[in-house]
Design a binder for this molecule. Structure first.
Ligand SMILES: Nc1ncnc2c1ncn2[C@@H]1O[C@H](COP(=O)(O)OP(=O)(O)OP(=O)(O)O)[C@@H](O)[C@H]1O
Ligand SMILES: [Mg+2]
Length: 237
């Protein structure tokens, strides 16, 4: 019997899922200009958790908003899968955001008068993916360890629980890029560890690409790919 032989093609170097190229961001308020990013470049390798640390005011949140397509750079490129988000119109950017990108902030991700389950379901509805999987919202909350907190509203939850709901909300749109700004910033270290454990689990389950902005150098050091932002410029940590 003939054995089919396949030539092994050279393994292509995987394109990063997302990257920033020479990004500048200048905030203008009247005559005052603040240069928040001054030529920042970075790559977010597919399926990898990248951490970013940097002093207060170094431009981390600005960079994350630009990567998410929620703010436009003053100059430079914001590439997601080969497409420059900064050149798209607002509607096209919003569509890509809804389908592919999720952002978690330090606080304020949740609607206070909706239950944990309703918060996740709302995110799912907004992403247009509710019909595909009715059970997803509940499953996500179980996955982040909140199966017994489905009907609690955010004010009735602890800080760590709120951030775990925020993780579930972020996952509801089934994104491939997750951007988190100080996810554990308001938590004590044991709770921060627990939330990071949950994030790490969901990351491994889904082959997600994550950018984790944090002040916590210890948490940042656990990532395989570590960056530092100093004065609006990205350096390898
Ligand atoms: N909307 C805005 N309008 C004007 N200036 C802004 C705006 N947002 C941020 N800045 C300024 O841009 C610079 C970078 O801010 P940014 O919030 O990105 O820093 P950061 O690294 O996230 O800081 P922190 O660690 O304190 O969260 C700061 O000087 C800040 O004052
Ligand atoms: Mg910030």
């Amino acid at each position: 019997m003939a054995v089919e032989e396949r030539s092994s093609p050279a393994v292509p170097v995987a394109e990063p899922l997302a990257r920033l190229q020479d990004v500048f961001k200048i905030y203008r308020e009247g005559s005052i200009e603040t240069v928040a990013l001054r030529g920042a470049s970075l790559e977010l390798p597919r399926g990898m958790l990248t951490s970013m640390v940097g002093p207060s005011g170094s431009g981390k949140s600005t960079l994350l908003l630009i990567m998410a397509g929620l703010a436009l750079p003053s100059a430079g490129q914001v590439i997601l899968d080969g497409q420059d988000l900064s050149r798209l119109d607002e509607a096209a950017r919003a569509r890509i955001r809804g389908e592919r990108i999720a952002v978690i902030f330090q606080s304020g991700n949740l609607i206070p008068f909706l239950s944990a389950l309703e918060n996740v379901q709302l995110a799912q509805t907004l992403s247009g993916k509710l019909r595909r999987n009715q059970k997803l919202a509940r499953d996500l909350l179980v996955e982040v360890g909140l199966g017994k907190r489905l009907h609690h509203r955010p004010p009735q939850l602890s800080g760590g629980e709120v951030q775990r709901v925020a993780v579930a909300v972020a996952l509801a749109s089934e994104p491939d890029l997750l951007l988190a700004d100080e996810l554990t910033g308001e938590l004590d270290s044991a709770t921060a560890d627990m939330v990071m454990g949950v994030l790490s689990e969901v990351w491994q389950q889904r082959h997600l690409t994550i950018l984790l902005v944090t002040h916590n150098v210890e948490l940042a050091a656990r990532a395989d790919h570590q960056l530092r932002l100093i004065d609006g410029l990205v350096q390898r940590a």
